[in-house]
Design a protein around this ligand. Sequence first.
Ligand code: ASP
Length: 353
Amino acid sequence: MSDRRRFLKGSLLGVSASMLAWGGKLAAAPATRGGQPAAGGTAKAAARVVSTWDFGVAANQAAWTILGKGGHALDAVETGVQVPESDLKNHSVGKGGYPDRDGHVTLDASIMDADGNCGAVAAIEHIEHPISVARRVMERTPHVLLVGEGALQFALEQGFRKQDLLTPEAEKAWHEWQKTARYKPSINSEVHDYGSTGMPGGAHNHDTIGMLAIDANGRLAGACTTSGMAWKMRGRVGDSPIIGAGLYVDGEVGGATSTGVGEEVIRNAGSFLVVELMRQGRSPQEACKEAVMRIVKRRREASKTIQVGFLAMNREGEVGAYAIQHGFAYAVCDAQKQDGLIPSQSVYTTSYS
Ligand code: ASP
């Protein structure tokens, strides 16, 4: 994780003037009122895909193999987020993710389309692509969310392969963490200190890919997938599989997704809030900022040391983001440019630890 952070810091420092201008152009797209295009706005945007963090660049490019050919936004987001899910160097999404405090890699994912169809899995183990299981939940069950053992059982029934997701590198990091952890694994241990303040993962041991796409036919879809907070309590579920928290899409308005400390996003129904604010006429950037400020207002002290970032795209393809902490970035890909990475604005403008 720290390697990736270093890379991110470096690459953001290297953001070119043209890229920032391009980001400005994105933000200058026509505003919407009540979900309707403003005068002069286009009802149908050109295809575009956006996602959280620097690992979103490669994910977007995979999504673009579908969007660029006129494919469906839902297929694009599923294919896109599978990239970090399979990336063993990515310790916060999918296989290779850091485990919970007892050494289990448990994954959360959700997917949603413009018509309110959605599916999710929470705390699923042994499956490399939880996003695809989430899609099966959406398309092949009467339910929205399956968790833990039941989610795994469903995945195996659907033909997904059971595998070990804990890589030697992640296991080593887990052992290192145990040396200094305030609380210990609860298995075979008499120590039951859950640490009621502060997050177990620290400032940098978590992240999520949240992806939003609009296709050439104007269809919106979103996906969100993560291994969650490193060293979390067994059974802990974050915002990512909670529809309205980690992800929300409404075809009349747009979509939003989040990354960061999931507990704070859940408390504020963050992604739903961002979409509703856009429905009321806020730009994606304004809506993300207001959702962040709600968290900061409620958790003034805690917000100094935690990160939450929102990313949103309205149905015109206008994009915005906002975070509590400096360092959040989002990737943008469309017909003009496939490897854009744009630094988000934030409440705090210096690095945090
Ligand atoms: N939102 C994720 C969670 O709380 C982690 C992150 O994106 O940093 O599980």
